[in-house]
Design a protein around this ligand. Structure first.
Ligand code: OOB
Length: 563
């Protein structure tokens, strides 16, 4: 690739060197099979603007954008981003709420070849600093409190903290009142800053998503146009998406699930309409379902339960337009899954996916038991799924084993992480998901558990090591182990076992506050702290997390932190 143009980021070659690519034979296979095409994430909307011209693309509150209008707004914002001097290949950390501006900014970045790093609204300065540093970002696009829907968080104050820690950051753009920063709104311009836009091709990098993290900080996941677009196109049919689809954007749109499974990108690809929900709770979502005739929504299991349990209070609303409720991100119990059809009156679609690639769906016409009991089957016939024992030998159907996968939209390595990639990918390029699954005789996967050091808090992933490292720096903490405790609502919550330093008596509330003050996202802060004298050990002298988890079993019902 020739990157020596003044329109292209000077360090783009280095970014490519650090982003593992598919081997040539695999590329040829995916292209020859017609899965990968020349289309890019920046130009599919051009075609949409022609085909679906005046049909609604986005609804936010009382405002509607047609496909043509959306395409035009994306152009205008692209001109503005370019006028800042941002170049193809520059990394831009995006942290935006579920608003039209999130979609427009994402598509403008794709169009210009800027590489967004998709942060979540739940992230705080600890995470943002890592994303900016690890990616070498030139810009951070975040929001003012009044548009974030999180009144207790000052995102501009977070941005100030990030700037102090990241000297390479040149621009902070704010959706909403900018204070000393640049307003995102002011960048919608009618004239191009530069006559020629850099060409972006389908084999190039498109953006970075974030791994749930098992070893400390999240890894950046490099995604390219052709593989990501395939995962989007491949989702349309199994999810029953078409130009009549009205999709509720309820989960944070920066996450892979509501972005591409089929997510807002899949819905826009197919000519449907994306309705922005300011929050995923029934009070926001149920009236929107009725008012906009929402046909599809996606949720994590705790929210699906909340929706089901809230139905009696909303009996006056007509939710009958809802055809499909997708649930994924964490295990949805068969018991809850069984309630969806009779209570909500729509088809449940279980979604078992990962930001690294592989996505499994139950199909809409599957028999009810398959929908309730399994987490679906892969999108593609070229998705390779291996279920193996600890020695790497395949296990028979019905036997739980470790899931390894390779395919047309599963990455071959994390960004800038050679040592971690050695452990996370096999020599043949299979991604070791760390999920323990079994396969039915019909090829459907059932998630049985996990063999990775991660806590899944209702779909939000937490790396114990990241939290432990922060707690170890606390003056009253000698040693720490963070483990997941079972929780009826969230599936799991983090609990920190603490061995105090000397005679210190650290308090739960203070430790939780300490973590928040470091800028850690609140969902990662343990719900419970337990002070212990020493940790149980395994036979080889390591902390036995299994024994710690067992110690918690009798107490997990109490949701608040206690010492
Ligand atoms: C999705 O992506 P990530 O990257 O936040 O998390 C992936 C991990 C999986 O490896 C698995 O451990 C867990 O989340 N997971 C599930 C699940 N869906 C994801 N565990 C049990 N049952 C499920 N249905 O979470 C994600 C990405 C795209 C689509 C859907 C979910």
């Amino acid at each position: 690739m020739n990157t020596s143009s003044p329109l292209i980021a000077a360090d783009l070659d280095t970014i490519y060197q650090k982003s593992p690519d598919y081997p040539e034979d695999a590329k040829a296979r995916y292209r020859d099979a017609g899965l990968w095409t020349d289309m890019t994430l920046g130009n599919f909307l051009r075609e949409g603007a022609r085909r679906f011209a005046t049909r609604p693309a986005i609804v936010e509150g009382g405002t509607r954008w047609s496909y043509k209008a959306l395409d035009h707004e994306v152009d205008r914002l692209s001109f503005g981003l370019q006028s800042l001097g941002l170049l193809k290949g520059d990394r831009v950390v995006l942290q935006l709420a579920n608003r039209a501006s999130m979609i427009m900014t994402t598509l403008a970045c794709f169009r210009l070849g800027l590489l967004p790093v998709f942060a979540l609204p739940a992230h705080r300065s600890h995470e943002l600093i890592h994303f900016c540093t690890a990616s070498g970002a030139r810009a951070l696009i975040t929001m003012a409190d009044q548009v974030a829907g999180q009144p207790d968080v000052d995102f501009r104050a977070l941005a100030r903290r990030v700037i102090r820690a990241c000297p390479g950051l040149e621009h902070v753009l704010i959706d909403g009142t900018p204070e000393e920063f640049t307003s995102l709104d002011s960048l919608y311009q009618d004239t191009p800053a530069v006559a020629d836009w850099p060409a972006v091709t389908a084999d190039e990098l498109a953006f970075f998503q974030l791994s749930g993290g098992t070893t400390g900080l999240s890894k950046l996941i490099p995604r390219r146009h052709q593989d990501y677009l395939y995962s989007i196109r491949g989702s349309i049919e199994p999810c029953g998406i078409n130009e009549h689809t009205v999709y509720l954007g309820a989960l944070p749109l920066a996450h892979n699930f509501p972005m591409s499974s089929p997510g807002f990108l899949g819905v826009l690809y197919a000519g449907g309409c994306v309705v922005m929900a300011p929050a995923p709770t029934p009070d926001h979502c149920f009236p929107l379902i009725e008012a906009e005739g929402v046909t599809h929504a996606s949720l994590v299991p705790p929210l699906a339960l909340l929706w089901l349990n809230s139905l009696p209070q909303y009996a006056h609303l007509d939710l009958s337009s809802l055809q499909v409720l997708q649930v994924g991100g964490a295990r949805f119990s068969a018991e809850a899954a069984r309630r969806v059809r009779p209570e909500l009156g729509c088809t449940l679609q279980q979604v078992f996916g990962m930001a690294e690639g592989l996505v499994n769906y139950t199909r809409l016409d599957d028999d009810p038991e398959t929908i309730v009991r399994t987490q679906g089957r892969p999108i593609s016939r070229l998705d390779e799924v291996r279920i193996v024992d600890a020695a790497g030998r395949p296990v028979p159907d019905g036997t739980p084993g470790l899931l390894e996968t390779r395919g047309p939209y599963t990455i071959r390595g994390y960004f800038d992480a050679p040592a971690h990639n050695e452990a996370s990918f096999t020599d043949e390029g299979f991604y070791r998901t760390g999920d323990v699954v079994s396969r039915t005789s019909t090829g459907y996967l059932i998630v049985e558990g996990r063999d990775k050091d991660q806590i899944n808090r209702g779909g939000e992933k937490i790396s114990p090591e990241e939290v432990e490292n922060l707690l170890l720096a606390h003056p009253e903490v000698h040693d720490v182990a963070v483990v997941g405790m079972t929780d009826a609502y969230l599936g799991e919550r983090p609990c920190a076992f603490i061995v105090p330093r000397g005679d210190a008596t650290p308090k739960a509330g203070e430790l939780a506050q300490y973590l928040k003050d470091t800028g850690l996202a609140t969902y990662k802060v343990p719900d419970r702290f337990r002070i212990v004298e020493a940790f149980p050990e395994t036979r080889v002298g390591k902390v036995s997390r299994k024994v710690l988890r067992e110690q918690l079993k009798d107490t997990y019902a109490t949701p608040h932190a206690s010492a």
